[in-house]
Design a protein. Sequence first.
Length: 204
Amino acid sequence: MAIGLERTAIRPPRQARGIGLAIALALACSSGLAAIDDQTRDAVARLEPTKGSKVSGMARFQPEGKDHVRITLSISGLNPGAAHGLHVHEKGDCSAPDATSAGPHFALPDQRHGDGQSGQHHAGDLGNIEADDQGKAELTITVPDSKLSLTGGPVDVVGRALIVHGGVDDLKSQPAGDSGPRVACGVIERRTIEDGKSPMQPRS
């Protein structure tokens, strides 16, 4: 006589199942919150042309590792083959036709303008960007977060302005490198998951 075998899944006690579910949910939430935190620490600046300019583009600021900030830039409308000064400015205000409403370079007390890669310089000194023969620039700049930060403190750039200049920054003339007029300006704004930017007020 054949004996039928019934396969029955072994179920853990109801209480154990509840604990397991709670742990799984906690881990999922923790992972999700970490991902959200990474994304909401990003910031963007949408560069718009000033009066008479055709320069525009986008800059994205992201944490890089534990102690750096990566700035990814895509800019068009530049002078073909030319270098253009790039700086973070004090105020998040691009309302003036020539963007002078953004104020001077972002700088800590007693800082002098200079080469952003070495020596004495403003916190907002990012040097020059080089346009190709089509007037476009695609590049990435990485800076220590002791120079520019996305997480608060005296060098936080969120709410300030990113500005492209019409000429080359000579990296030495005071107070701003003699880099010519401001040809594009964008407020650096925090991104959110919902719409890519924050309602926070620009710095004034």
